[in-house]
Design a protein around this ligand. Structure first.
Ligand code: KPL
Length: 292
């Protein structure tokens, strides 16, 4: 299969590594970054270093599938710039990608609790494998191409539920780990952090059950913290690097749902404001690099 992966961030490089085992992969990067990524890519898992290379370009060639591996806040611009058509897989955190539109796109969603971090440009570490669920309301996709390269993907017939569930998981883990600068596993080890997580979860349970979803958020947060215990959440990585975070796509959208459904979410709102503060402070320190 010919696959374009747009965005050389941590998930973009991890997915490129696996898919390049059996497919023709093009990794799409900014023009000025082509030379850096053409030097080669590295994916590290369990201390094992895998060096690999794929086609690197700033112009997506014809493909059977496009994977949008950019941050949620870059989605609109990326779609306007590259105009992907046909099967387009979204792998973002949060809820922004639920409503995103693009002419001729068949939207597929990948919802995953895999943890990854970028060590430097083109060098990433896969720090934990949780679940990898794929679904679409536009197309039925055969997932053999993922399974045969080592991505243990499951098809979901209710992908919107999975997107909500993952947004809820991120709304708990990402802000709390970022504010307290701890790895994901610490949330389950510290009684104090766990009690903040519990308050956050209980508000989210109230909201989503009012919307008709039982997402088992507490169980899922616990499982995600266990499999990605050593991971630095993507939000904490963003704040540390002085980059914009995905707080608006995650908690920002959840707060909007709270307003719409008449559910008060004061703990989530406090977490939201704390991250906005840290994000502004980090970005004004001068390091504002987005991978694409
Ligand atoms: O999605 C993640 C993130 O960091 O954004 C988790 C699954 C919480 C892994 O860290």
């Amino acid at each position: 299969m010919k696959i374009n992966i747009i965005g050389p961030g941590s998930m973009g490089v991890v997915i490129s590594f696996f898919l390049s085992r059996k497919n023709d992969v093009s990794l799409i990067v900014k023009k000025e970054d082509i030379a850096v990524y053409r030097r080669g890519l590295v994916m590290i898992e369990n201390g094992q270093r895998h060096e690999f290379s794929v086609d690197i370009s700033d112009a997506p060639p014809e493909s059977d599938l496009t994977v949008m591996a950019v941050k949620s806040y870059d989605l609109g611009k990326t779609i306007r710039d590259y105009k992907p058509k046909g099967n387009v897989m979204f792998i973002q955190n949060g809820l922004d990608h639920l409503d995103i539109k693009g002419k001729g796109m068949r939207k597929i969603y990948a919802v995953t609790t895999w943890g990854a971090r970028r060590l430097s440009r083109g060098v990433v570490e896969l720090t934990g494998r949780g679940y990898f669920r794929v679904g679409s309301n536009d197309v039925k996709l055969d997932l053999t191409f993922l399974r045969e390269v080592g991505i243990d993907a499951e098809w979901s017939d209710d992908i919107v539920r999975e997107i909500y569930r993952k947004a809820a998981i991120n709304a708990v883990i990402n802000p709390i780990t970022s504010i307290f600068e701890v790895r994901n596993g610490e949330l389950m080890k510290s009684g104090e952090l766990y009690s903040i997580a519990s308050e956050t979860i209980s508000e989210l349970e109230t909201l989503f059950s009012k919307m008709g979803y039982d997402l088992e958020i507490e169980k899922n947060v616990r499982e995600t913290c266990n499999v990605t215990g050593n991971n630095v959440s993507s939000m904490l990585q963003d704040i540390k690097q002085g980059r914009m975070t995905e707080i608006d796509s995650i908690t920002g959208n959840i707060l909007k749902l709270g307003k719409k459904h008449g559910v008060r979410l004061p703990v989530n709102e406090a977490l939201y404001n704390s991250i906005i503060y840290l994000q502004k402070r980090g970005m004004s320190s001068g390091k504002t690099t987005s991978p694409i």
